[in-house]
Design a protein around this ligand. Sequence first.
Ligand code: ZN
Length: 341
Amino acid sequence: MKTTRAMKAKARMKRGGGDASGGAGRLILAIDVGGTKVEAALIDARGKVVGTERRPMVVDGSAADGLRSVREAVDAVLAHAPKRSVKAIGVSVPGWVDAEKGKVLQTANLPCWHNYPLAAKLRQIYGIPVRLENDANTAAAAEALWGAGRGYRRFFYVSLGTGIGTCMAYRTKNEWQFPASEGGHTTINFSGPLCPCGRRGCIEMYASGKAIAREAKQRVASGDAKVSLLKEMAHGNWELLKTEMVVGAAKQGDALSQEILNDACDRLAVWLGNILDILDPEAIVFGGGLAGLFMQHQERIQKTLQESAIRPNAGKIKIVKARFGAQSALMGAAALWLQTP
Ligand SMILES: [Zn+2]
């Protein structure tokens, strides 16, 4: 029989002598490790945040320095409730992780950890079971349990921000699954711009905050736009152009900015068309800092989807905005333990 991560986790919990998933009064310690800060929170089975603490994250020291930052936030939040009520720990980390082994493999924002067994370290220190996941997966878990993913059996979560994160969440008979994926680095143009990941034309190079800003810089610098609000905003220094400026200028009717955003939407839609034809989700959930922007262009995205996907009625796919914003990773870290059938 195939052993899943969830079964292993259940076996671990049995050995540890407790079920973390249910019951009032039981708390999950959720940790969101970011590039500048660690946030730790105690969250109950209904998703209510009982206490939260933030500490600075030391990312450029040793692995032990990084762990110390996490411990400071955790120790501080543990003061908010009796320690015995805390049943398990969920950790959200940006970047590449091995959830089975509880390891941080590699992440650009946390150079202190490379192949680092963070879950095992925390289990050793606090004596309770630990699950660790990538931040797109934890965000999807929060949406599955308490947010925009409720009521679906499978949905595709895409975090649209500086970069692009993905998670194809699906429900089996007993629980949700959040398999690892790096959909932001699947290409839609193999001769496109070179991505830091080493490949060309990844969707992250077209529809992320980074990409929108880059496009604006390039188009203004190339003299493409004879008249554009962006030129005024940059005062001749194109490097200053930011995604928010493009969004603001587009709202004021700036043709170049509108074109840049339309292009980003069209490319996102072509990519989503591939996703629909391969994974067949019931809904698409937009999360991340640019979710609102792309939601405003929903009609255009759906029209392009209809043309680019083979699936019948692709343009009618439900596109919904994530419920959780800045707290998605933290809530999701708790959701890893609180999912119900
Ligand atoms: Zn890439």
